[in-house]
Write a protein that binds this ligand. Structure first.
Ligand SMILES: Cc1cc2nc3c(=O)[nH]c(=O)nc-3n(C[C@H](O)[C@H](O)[C@H](O)COP(=O)(O)OP(=O)(O)OC[C@H]3O[C@@H](n4cnc5c(N)ncnc54)[C@H](O)[C@@H]3O)c2cc1C
Length: 302
């Protein structure tokens, strides 16, 4: 394939990186992204504020020639720091030869990828939602969120990078009868902030991915460049130890004091944050087919 027109749904991590890679190979690429441009507007994080980046992601960034631009965003994590119920720490290195994974800001990484895609000639249309397609007729349907108008475009070389709730995966399933299951886990997650101390320093060791493993639930924390940590509580949605059981500040305080006492000391407003922050959903998608002729290809979470 050379010098083809490619349309990508979604300018998240997968869509914007794919756009940059294809444009550099000489293809004409346009991207439709449902949300406004995150480089110009502050968007709700939606999902994890930072990510653990490991070898596979770095191979892709290197292939796009972007590691130099991503490097300043990276915080190396040499292992897991396990926190037990008494706050005792145990460090488990990721390897025997100084191997690291990295903590990286999700929007920071996405900005680098969008800049790279546009620099390579990609047209990115923000606030344009791909609502689906007609696979047999070869039509793609895109709604301009500013006007509400739905445009019909040819469905040729369309790459669906529109995330776990992919509208184009739904078209594939509904129109071709592709077997697909979407199972929600009984666990959800909430993200909290552990701030830097008064001097702007990290309150815990920044060179590690911190984990408070507790069997049916856990807390993890990844460092950010500003001295804070993003702390994620993974917990069942209902039952004895669950988000449903954490409806009052006293219940959250007691839960943290019992299971994560050292984290509670470093996040004094943990209860307010747990009650205020949205609960994210987690699920697994199994799809028996992820392409259709030269019309559609699903990538990433889609
Ligand atoms: C809590 C949590 C923590 C995670 N931590 C890590 C981690 O540490 N390391 C890691 O590697 N992965 C992690 N992941 C997984 C990672 O976030 C995903 O695999 C990754 O974001 C997938 O990228 P994507 O571009 O396929 O989808 P997304 O990131 O979901 O991007 C999809 C894009 O498409 C847009 N979009 C959606 N629908 C449409 C539409 N109809 N039309 C146009 N645009 C649309 C969205 O606005 C978005 O910009 C985590 C996930 C979660 C939920």
């Amino acid at each position: 394939m050379s010098g083809r027109s490619v349309t990508i749904a979604g300018a998240g991590l997968a869509g914007s990186l794919m756009a940059a890679l294809l444009a550099r190979r000489g293809h004409r690429v346009r991207v439709f992204e449902r949300l406004p441009d995150l480089r110009r507007e502050t968007l709700p994080a939606g999902r994890s504020i930072n990510l653990a980046l490991a070898a596979r992601g770095m191979v892709a960034l290197e292939a796009a020639g972007l590691m130099d631009r991503v490097q300043p965003l990276l915080i190396p994590m040499a292992g897991r720091m396990l926190h037990d119920e008494r706050g005792e720490l145990a460090f488990l290195p990721y390897g025997q030869h100084g191997e690291h994974i990295y903590s990286v800001s999700r929007p920071g990484l996405n900005r680098v990828l969008l800049d790279a895609a546009e620099a390579a000639g990609v047209e990115v249309h923000f606030r344009h939602t791909v609502v689906g397609g007609d696979l047999a007729a070869g039509e793609l349907h895109v709604r301009d969120e500013a006007s509400g108008a739905v445009h019909t475009l040819p469905m040729e070389h369309v790459i669906a990078a529109d995330g776990a709730g992919s509208a184009l995966r739904r078209s594939l399933v509904e129109q071709l009868g592709v077997h697909c299951t979407e199972d929600l886990l009984e666990h959800g997650y909430k993200e909290l902030v552990m701030p830097a101390d008064a001097a702007g320093r990290y309150q815990m060791e920044p060179g590690a991915l911190h984990i408070w493993p507790r069997g049916g639930f856990m807390l993890i924390a990844l460092p950010n460049l500003d001295g804070s940590f993003t702390v994620t509580l993974f917990l069942a949605n209902s039952g004895a130890s669950s988000f449903a059981a954490l409806a009052e500040p006293e219940a959250v305080e007691a839960f943290f004091a019992e299971h994560f006492p050292d984290a509670l000391r470093l996040i004094p407003d943990a209860a307010a944050q747990v009650l205020r922050r949205p609960t994210g959903i987690l699920g697994t998608v199994h799809c028996a087919q992820w392409s259709y002729r030269d019309r559609l290809l699903l990538i990433g979470d889609a």
